[in-house]
Design a protein. Structure first.
Length: 147
């Protein structure tokens, strides 16, 4: 993957975050692979398991976009990027603020994100995305169910 190719892809990918946190899923959906093995483990749609296959991933993205309005991206902190001619991964912290439907104020959010991309025909597509809200150290007890 050339420097300009990854730069163009990342620009689209980052623009897609702005779109989804404003209730518009189309750009985000367009970046995903169409194969049956594509997966999404994402807190944008926090009430479901990992989505698998483009139809399920696309529907999860659309459902997630319905939860957010008035979003604004604050920035991306790149932790690591590893690329080959056919496959790559990007680890970032995404920072943004958005209004969750039903709330009155924007809330700041930060996600720790790992994205795996692969070449499909002539384009780069997302094969897997995992995101969670753990962006600072936490004790092991934070994994235990609240009682």
């Amino acid at each position: 993957m050339g420097t300009s190719e990854i730069s163009d892809f990342l620009e689209q990918y980052h623009s897609a975050l702005e779109e989804i946190i404003n209730g518009r899923p189309a750009l985000y959906q367009s970046l995903y692979a169409r194969r049956d093995d594509v997966t999404l483990a994402n807190p944008f749609a926090p009430f479901g398991p990992v989505s698998r296959g483009y139809a399920q991933v696309s529907e999860t993205i659309a459902r997630a976009a319905q939860n957010y309005i008035e979003g604004r991206v604050l920035g991306f902190e790149n932790i690591a990027t590893c690329l080959t001619a056919e496959l790559g991964y990007i680890v970032e912290v995404e920072r943004f603020e958005a209004t969750v439907r039903g709330k009155e104020e924007r809330s700041p959010l930060a996600l720790r994100v790992t994205t795996i991309v692969r070449r499909e025909d002539t384009d780069w597509k997302i094969a897997h995305r995992h995101a969670d809200a753990i962006t600072s150290p936490r004790p092991a007890t934070s994994l235990l169910p609240h009682r």
